[in-house]
Design a protein around this ligand. Structure first.
Ligand SMILES: [Mg+2]
Length: 396
């Protein structure tokens, strides 16, 4: 492996083609990934002393609901988020089930983001309880990223009573791996010169984008660790995995030039519901209207508006269908959006006897709004920007 150029004695990860990861202008980046510990469950335990030290499962009751979050006490029984609630109940019959309260979780999440903003404006929220922060330059003049991460965790603890774990590293994916390394309530730092050694023994499944299938394919090639992966030439990885092969080649060398993206522009907004009892296609109009109204309520159309309506269906045997439509003119009201969603049901060509366990609707393809069309009244209405996407994100 080519030896890295020395930069003031520090070992610098090598980008593809042998150039150093720093540019003359930009110093090595300092990224912090902050992840609240068992977020939803911790908020519940904080707010109700009777729940402390008990196995708490945040989930709606019901045959088909899934676990949104589990306290550390519940995890000892093998319970984790996204698991069917019924299974969690079997694993720990004395667990306390609490329905999720997203309004409260959002409020705490906003407090935590307020703390982040004291240290940097480069904040990229990933969900209610996770975010990337670029602290290459920090607002508090602290000397190191480690000090920033420590200070942020202390502030979160002092002001919210909750624990956050953090990871510090020169690249986003490394910081995310690091924040998980000493969970719960931990801080782990990967210094630039430690990157290659840290990565070498890591199972390839820890790399972003390497799911079960890719992991299996890599292992079939005899690649089990990142160190193994680093031995493979770019050409081989590209031939086998295409564009992702080049990404794997970079990740094996600590290269991830993605920057922290403050306030991600919304790409889509949706809501879905799983039924207790499967329904026929005709019985989907009413829940679709409700979902459309919920999505529309949380839409901020002040600067950009959605051009495409999407409907998602899951049949009783888990077949997934989506149908989408981009009308000539963007929907201008909840009723119009709902009508467009219902219209998409007509494009479902499965036998009429088919039954559905889930329906969802959403908006995507957001485009900048034409200035001329702005009407003050509408804005006021459209501004309760509660973020619906959290409804599905796990608060673990
Ligand atoms: Mg978390």
């Amino acid at each position: 492996m080519p030896s890295a150029p020395r930069n003031g004695g520090r070992h610098v990860p090598i980008a593809r083609g042998g150039t150093a990861m720093t540019t003359p202008t930009s110093p090595l980046r300092k990224i912090v990934h902050v992840d609240m510990d068992a977020f939803y469950a911790s908020v519940e335990q904080r707010d109700d002393p009777a729940l402390r030290d008990r196995p708490v499962v945040v989930a709606w009751r019901g045959r088909r609901s899934v676990v949104c979050a589990a306290s550390y006490e519940a995890r000892r029984f093998g319970i984790h988020s996204a698991m069917p609630a019924a299974r969690a109940e079997r694993l720990c019959p004395h667990a306390v089930f609490v329905p999720p309260d997203f309004t409260r979780y959002r409020a705490v999440s906003a407090e935590v983001r307020g703390i982040f903003a004291r240290y940097t404006d480069l904040i990229e929220p990933l969900s209610l309880d996770e975010a990337y922060l670029d602290v290459t330059a920090n607002k508090r003049g602290l000397a190191t990223a480690t000090q920033v991460a420590r200070a942020i965790r202390a502030d979160i603890r002092a002001e919210t009573g909750l624990n956050a774990s953090a990871g510090v590293a020169p690249a986003k994916y490394l910081a995310k791996i690091a924040s998980d390394w000493r969970k719960p309530n931990g801080l782990f730092v990967i210094q630039p010169h430690e990157v290659l050694d840290f990565l070498a023994p890591l199972p390839v499944g820890k790399l972003p984008g390497v799911g079960r299938a890719t992991c299996g394919a890599l292992e079939a090639l005899g690649i089990h660790t990142v160190g193994d992966l680093r031995q493979r030439p770019l050409a081989e990885l590209a031939a086998r995995f295409g564009k992702f092969g080049a990404r794997l080649h970079d990740l094996a060398r600590g290269v991830d030039t993605r920057s922290v993206q403050p306030r991600q522009l919304r790409k889509s907004l949706s809501a879905e519901t799983t039924f207790e009892q499967d329904r026929t296609l005709d019985e989907l109009a009413a829940p679709l209207d409700e979902l459309a109204a919920r999505v529309w309520r949380s839409l901020d159309r002040s600067r950009r508006e959605p051009r495409t309506v999407v409907v998602k269906l899951k049949t009783s045997d888990f077949q997934l269908l989506t149908r989408s439509h981009t009308p000539p003119r963007p929907p201008s009201s909840a009723a119009e959006f709902a009508a467009l969603s219902r219209g998409l049901l007509a494009r479902v060509d499965l036998p009429p006897t088919t039954r559905y366990r889930l329906v969802g609707t959403g908006l995507s393809n957001f485009q900048v709004r034409e200035q001329a069309e702005r009407q003050p009244g509408l804005f006021a209405e459209a501004h309760d920007a509660a973020d619906e996407s959290d409804a599905t994100a796990s608060g673990d």
